[in-house]
Ligand binder design. Structure first.
Ligand SMILES: [Zn+2]
Length: 339
């Protein structure tokens, strides 16, 4: 009897072990293949959040990059910002050559020196970053040189009242794959483009659906809607926009066009905000039909943007190179869908 009981007991134990092993394998594969990496930022004591957004900047201080940085420092201090967001094209002309490229310190560490800007910077890659060693910007070694730096291809930032979904838009744009005579791109890590894009879109959709945050914000390098030099990015209009519209996105923030602009989606409550004026600007060309109803603001010169969020209100402000306020937009959360 005792032997029988032991046999049954050990069989039951093996089955239990098997089940636990299966469960662990499932859990590990889920986190390894289907989830975007997550970061956390606490909101302020009163539950509010404020941050700056700048894009298209790294030119060793030239083209007024240092002047924009100076004003960012002043506004950053006034708003007591939680962090800074970079919308990509971080280092010109061709990204970084490697993790020891002096351009990293010359265009980042030595330019954004204000006390208020000594916060975490959350960055995505732009098309110019992909022209160099894209993986260098993702390498944690850079954080040893300047602990503010955090750049991943795609990731999620949970900041209590707001959740940010950073999306790697460059691999989605066809022309970087079809028109390659002028530039080369670092596509290591994106071995199958279609698989990369479809998994990314699935991850973003799932994360947006599961988000309980009051404010949902997507950050990408390329504009969905823009009346600036590059105009709308059709690949994003086709593939990304429907996901954002279906999931009650509040704000889409981007760079790429070297301007500041605010466009309201005509089919949802999404606000398209371009902040790509961190250094070289004044391109002087507008897409035809730029005076359309959905364009609330467009500025062709250098500057940056601030965002202040509470549970009930969002306040977006655009500044020029000397710190003048160019455009301010405020909306209560409840009225968002009516705007
Ligand atoms: Zn760009």
């Amino acid at each position: 009897m005792a032997v029988n009981f032991n046999n049954k007991f050990s069989m039951a134990l093996s089955s239990l072990n098997l089940l636990i092993t299966i469960a662990i394998v499932c859990l590990v594969s889920r986190t390894a293949f289907a989830e975007l990496e997550r970061f956390e930022e606490p909101a302020k004591g009163d539950g509010s959040l404020s941050f700056l957004v700048v894009g298209d900047w790294g030119r060793r201080g030239t083209y007024n990059q240092s002047d924009v940085a100076l004003q960012m420092g002043k506004v950053g201090e006034k708003l007591d910002i939680n962090f800074v967001i970079s919308t990509g094209d971080n280092f010109y002309d061709n990204g970084l050559t490697g993790t020891n490229d002096p351009n990293f310190e010359e265009s980042f560490t030595k330019v954004y020196t204000a006390k208020s800007l000594q916060k975490q910077w959350y960055s995505v890659l732009g098309n110019h970053d992909y022209r160099g060693d894209a993986e260098a910007q993702l390498n944690p070694i850079l954080r040893k040189i300047d602990s503010r730096w955090l750049c991943l291809r795609s990731f999620i930032l949970n900041a209590e009242i707001a959740e940010f979904f950073f999306v790697d838009t460059t691999p989605m744009v066809d022309m970087y794959f079809t028109t390659t005579k002028d530039h080369t791109y670092d596509w290591r890590g994106i071995t199958s483009r279609q698989k990369y894009i479809s998994e990314l879109l699935k991850d973003v959709e799932k994360a947006l659906m599961e988000s309980n945050a009051k404010w949902k914000i997507v950050v990408g390098h390329h504009a969905i809607r823009s009346v600036g030099h590059h105009g709308d990015t059709q690949e994003l209009v086709r593939q990304l926009l429907p996901i954002l519209q279906a999931n009650n996105l509040d704000l889409y923030m981007n760079g790429h066009d070297h301007c500041l602009e605010h466009i309201t989606d005509t089919e949802s409550g999404i606000q398209f905000l371009t902040s790509g004026a961190g250094s070289k600007a004044w391109r002087g060309d507008l897409q035809t039909g730029s005076n359309r109803d959905d364009v609330k603001f467009f500025y062709d010169g250098q500057g940056f943007m601030s965002v202040q969020l509470t549970e009930t209100n969002a306040e977006i402000t655009f500044y020029d190179v000397v710190g003048n306020i160019l455009h301010k937009w405020k909306v209560p959360k409840e009225l968002r869908s009516a705007m």
